[in-house]
Write a protein that binds this ligand. Structure first.
Ligand SMILES: [Ca+2]
Ligand SMILES: [Ca+2]
Ligand SMILES: [Ca+2]
Ligand SMILES: [Ca+2]
Length: 442
């Protein structure tokens, strides 16, 4: 146990705030913490109840069509409420850094030869196209040796959620295990990204998967972080005990939004995954993987190497508005350094007032950040495109007189990172219409 604040969860003690890493709070809700995982579980179809208590959790891929391609994933969960304030209002969280640290806790040993088998370091994203059959027209060769270790969000199915899914919960629906579809698309918690509709979807088979009973067309799945380590060159073998760091891409509003929502509820879940081929090195192994090896990560049950550690740095804005200008004082201090600016000011000259910038989650001191609408489409089917910010809710409204506004029928999607696109339902207008985007903090 290192010095600092500690807290007790689930019968075990974890260091949560290491000396020298905690800072004095300028704003009441400022936090800077290190947290051991409060749950970690190997997500593998044949773990048979031991997934939560193993000392190491391997991550690997199977290209056998009876299994998810992301065959073995590593689920991590943190209860954050004892060290990071929970207030149920995600838009009040300002995140500076979210970093995961994982340690390689075991090597594989080839039982036939006794040789150690280490995996190759790949510090950069590999497209799904590098995993396709070379005969596929979309195939691209892997530009660098090895496969990256990736972090994703977590989705749950079959009635589970981040609270109800524990280390002892079942891997998936037992009834779905047949000789032909052993584990495809059935795991109760899964590595997930946001799809264009803003929903968390399973990426276990995004490189494409098909058998007699199940088909998943391929799609790109951008990880939320790619593991980095020092002292190992790209394509080189990773030594036992190496620590990987993963910095979540908080520039993506949907990722930052996921973390803020999680902290507001007091519980954060992340999934570790790598498409390292799972060649069976045990005699008689039947894996169809390939020539590579895969990483094995220390869990909180490991006695040899440190378990997963999360570092989170940020603050929670309070509600106090002592100068009664409609702007939360914490936000004013954070943004301007004092309470002098008022709601109607526009110091960056982007046409959006400070009050509007607060509501939209944009920077009132940067004209680049503003809720700017780009109109397009046709008279019968107009479109609007606009940048999004974390934990903001957008709705499109229309009016014929600029007085009465009603919800405009159409579809809102998120086609690329940080961008929303709305397309109206196709109809012939009987009179002139105006459109607007309403934004409110989540
Ligand atoms: Ca690669
Ligand atoms: Ca104020
Ligand atoms: Ca402005
Ligand atoms: Ca601005």
């Amino acid at each position: 146990m290192r010095s600092g604040i500690s807290s007790r969860w689930g019968g075990a003690i974890y260091p949560v705030c290491v000396a020298g890493f905690c800072t004095a709070a300028l704003i009441a809700g400022e936090f800077k913490v290190q947290l051991g995982s409060s749950m970690d579980k190997w997500m593998y179809p044949f773990e048979f109840g031991t997934g939560g208590s193993r000392p190491v959790a391997p991550t690997f891929a199977s290209f056998d069509p009876r299994f998810d391609t992301r065959d073995a994933e590593f689920l991590l969960g943190w209860q954050t409420q004892s060290v990071i304030p929970t207030n149920g209002v995600p838009s009040r969280y300002v995140l500076k850094r979210v970093r995961l640290n994982l340690t390689v806790g075991r090597d594989l040993v080839n039982n036939a030869t006794g040789e150690r088998v280490t995996f190759l370091y790949d510090p950069s994203f590999d497209s799904y196209k590098t995993h396709l059959s070379p005969q596929d027209p979309s195939y691209q060769p892997d530009p660098d040796d090895g496969r990256p270790v990736e972090i994703f969000g977590v989705g749950f199915r079959n009635g589970f959620d981040a609270v109800g899914y524990t280390e002892d919960s079942p891997f998936g629906v037992v009834g779905a295990f047949t000789s032909n579809t052993i584990s495809i698309g059935t795991r109760n918690s899964f590595a997930a990204v946001f799809n264009p509709k803003g929903e968390l979807i399973d990426v276990a088979n995004h490189v494409g998967q098909a058998n007699a009973a199940w088909t998943q067309p391929p799609f790109e799945a951008r990880p939320w972080a790619v593991g980095q380590t020092v002292g190992v060159g790209s394509g080189e073998s990773v030594p036992l005990g190496s620590t990987f760091t993963f910095d979540l891409d908080l520039s993506d509003p949907q990722i930052a939004g996921y973390v803020a929502r999680s902290l507001a509820s007091g519980r954060l879940s992340l999934m570790v995954s790598s498409l390292s081929p799972a060649k069976q090195v045990t005699p008689g192994g039947t894996g169809l993987g390939g020539s590579g090896a895969y990483p094995q990560w220390s869990t909180r049950e490991d006695n040899l190497f440190p378990g997963p550690v999360l570092e989170v740095e940020g603050l929670v804005l309070g509600d106090t508005d002592a100068d009664a200008d409609g702007l939360p004082d914490d936000w004013e201090r954070l943004t301007f350094g004092n309470l002098d600016p008022g709601a109607s000011g526009d110091p960056d000259g982007d046409g959006s007032t400070n009050l509007a910038e607060w509501a939209a989650g944009t920077d009132p001191l940067s004209a680049v950040q503003v809720l700017k609408l780009t109109f397009g489409g046709t008279e019968n089917r107009p479109t609007i495109q606009f940048p999004i910010r974390p934990n903001r809710i957008y709705s499109i409204e229309r009016s014929t007189d600029l007085k009465t506004w009603v919800a405009a029928p159409g579809e809102l999607t998120y086609p690329t990172t940080g961008v929303a696109a709305w397309t109206a339902t196709n109809e012939t207008p009987s009179e002139a219409r105006f459109l607007r985007v309403r934004v409110s903090p989540e």
